[in-house]
Design a protein around this ligand. Structure first.
Ligand code: PLP
Length: 401
C-alpha cells in the first residue's frame, strides 16, 4: 500500500483571506453572528462552517488539524495543548466508569502513569501487555474492553507495534485501536493499517523546534465531532485546546517535516551502524537484527527511513550519567528530555521520562537502568558527531581505542 503523506499535506489549498500564503491567524476567542438563529443552530451542530467559540473550534486550529488529518490519512483531527491532552481526552472519551483498557506495557512514562494511577479514579481497569505477544493481547481482552492502546514505536524500548494485527484483534472485540505515532510521523501512517485513532505529541518531531508543547487527535469525522460536542464532548468540556498562535507556527514547521525526518533517520542509521561495528548493546529498529525490523518494513511509507530514535545500554545508571555529561561537554547535544529537536538530545529513560514506571516493571520490559535514549539531531557532519560519542565511550571503556 503506497501512501504519500507529503503530497497530502502540500496539496491542501490553505491560504488567508488576502491571498496570504500562510493562512491568517484568527486571534479571537469568540465570533459574531448576524442572526440569532444561526448562533442557536451552531450550538445544536446544525450549522456547518460557523465558528462559535475558540475552545470548540478556531479557524487557525482547523488549518493545522486539516493538515494533520491529511498527513495521517484520517477524515478529521483536533489539536490540543499537549500530547498528554490528546491521549487523555481520547481515553476518557472512549471509556465510561467500569470499562477496561488493554495497553502496551512500554509506553511514554506519562501515559503509563495516567493509565496506572489516574484511571482507577474512574474505576477503569488497565491490563498491561507485551504488545508483541498477540496471544497475550487476545487473552487480556474482556467484554468491557473499549480500546487497545499502543505506540507505533514504543518509548523508550523502540518496540514496533504490528498495527494490522492489533487492529484485527480490536475489530474482533468491537473496540478501538489507539496508536501514538509521536516517534514516527510520516514514516508510518497507522490509520492506513487499521488504527481507529492516532494521537501525537506535536511537541516532538512535527514541530521540531522545542518552543512549545502541543498535541493532536486524528480520527473519523464522527469521533472528532463527538469530542467537540457542546453537551458531551470530552475536549469541549475539559478544554485542552491549543492556542491558535501556536497552531500557526506548528503548521509552518509541519511543511518541512519530511526533510527533517529523512535527515534524523539518516543520521540515526549512521550512528546505529557504528554502534554495531563497535560491539555496543543498542536498540535501533532500522537495522535488520532488531526484532521489529520486518514489522516496521511492512508498514513504513517509503523514503523516510526508520526514525531518529536510538538507545544504547550502558548497564549502570552511573555510567549512563557519566556518558551523558561527557557528551554534553563534547558538544554532541544536550542532556535533556524530549525528542525531535534539531540538536541531539539524550536522557537516561529509567531516571527521567520512564521514571513513573516502577523499577520491577522497567526490568520486565527489558529496560536497563543504564539505557540512554538518543533523539538524533539534524547534524550536518554526523561522522564528527560519531567521533565525539566514540571518544566518550572510549573514556568509559565501552570501546577499546
Ligand atoms: N507520547 C510520547 C511517545 C511521548 O514521548 C510524549 C512526551 O514525551 C508524549 C506522548 C506526551 O507529549 P507532551 O509532552 O506533548 O504532552
Amino acid at each position: 500500500m503506497s501512501f504519500d503523506p507529503v503530497s497530502k499535506v502540500f496539496e491542501l489549498l490553505q491560504f488567508g483571506e488576502y491571498g496570504d500564503v500562510n493562512p491568517s491567524i484568527t486571534d479571537s476567542a469568540t465570533y459574531t453572528f448576524m442572526q440569532a438563529v444561526t448562533m442557536s443552530d451552531t450550538f445544536e451542530g446544525k450549522q456547518e462552517g460557523c465558528f462559535l467559540y475558540s475552545r470548540h473550534w478556531n479557524p487557525t486550529n482547523k488549518y493545522l488539524a486539516d493538515a494533520l488529518a491529511a498527513m495521517e490519512g484520517t477524515e478529521a483531527a483536533w489539536v490540543t495543548g499537549s500530547g498528554m491532552a490528546a491521549i487523555t481526552n481520547v481515553i476518557l472519551h472512549l471509556c465510561n466508569a467500569g470499562d477496561h483498557v488493554v495497553s502496551s506495557l512500554t509506553t511514554y512514562g506519562g501515559t503509563f502513569a495516567f493509565l496506572k494511577n489516574y484511571l482507577p479514579k474512574f474505576n477503569i481497569d488497565v491490563t498491561f501487555v507485551d504488545i508483541d505477544n498477540h496471544e497475550e493481547v487476545k487473552k487480556a481482552m474482556r467484554p468491557n474492553t473499549r480500546l487497545i492502546y499502543t505506540e507505533t514505536m514504543t518509548n523508550p524500548m523502540l518496540q514496533i507495534s504490528d498495527i494490522p494485527a492489533l487492529a484485527a484483534i480490536a475489530n474482533a472485540h468491537n473496540c478501538k485501536l489507539v496508536v501514538d505515532n509521536t516517534f514516527t510521523p510520516m514514516i508510518v501512517s497507522p490509520a492506513l493499517h487499521g488504527a481507529h485513532i492516532v494521537v501525537h505529541s506535536l511537541t516532538k518531531f512535527i514541530n521540531g523546534k522545542n518552543d512549545c508543547v502541543a498535541g493532536a487527535i486524528c480520527a473519523s469525522a464522527e469521533f472528532i465531532n463527538s469530542l467537540a460536542d457542546v453537551n458531551s464532548g470530552t475536549s469541549m468540556l475539559l478544554g485542552p485546546v491549543l492556542d491558535p498562535l501556536r497552531s500557526a507556527s506548528i503548521l509552518k514547521n509541519l511543511h518541512t517535516l519530511h526533510i527533517r525526518m529523512q535527515k534524523h533517520s539518516q543520521n540515526a542509521l549512521y550512528l546505529a551502524k557504528h554502534f554495531e561495528e563497535a560491539g555496543l548493546t543498542f536498540n535501533y529498529p532500522g537495522i535488520p537484527s532488531h526484532p521489529g525490523h520486518d514489522t516496521l518494513n511492512k508498514i513504513t511509507n517509503p523514503g523516510f527511513g526508520y526514525g531518529g530514535m536510538i538507545a544504547i545500554d550502558l548497564e549502570t545508571a552511573e555510567d549512563a550519567a557519566q556518558l551523558m555529561e561527557m557528551m554534553e561537554l563534547e558538544g554532541v547535544g544536550y542532556l535533556a528530555v524530549s525528542l525531535g529537536y534539531f540538536k541531539t538530545l539524550f536522557s537516561n529513560s529509567g531516571k527521567s521520562t520512564s521514571s513513573e514506571v516502577p523499577v520491577e516493571l522497567q526490568k520486565k520490559m527489558g529496560m536497563s537502568e543504564g539505557l540512554v535514549r538518543f533523539s538524533v539531531g539534524l547534524d550536518h557532519d554526523i561522522e564528527k558527531t560519531w567521533q565525539k560519542i566514540r571518544k566518550c565511550l572510549v573514556a568509559l571503556k565501552y570501546i577499546q581505542n
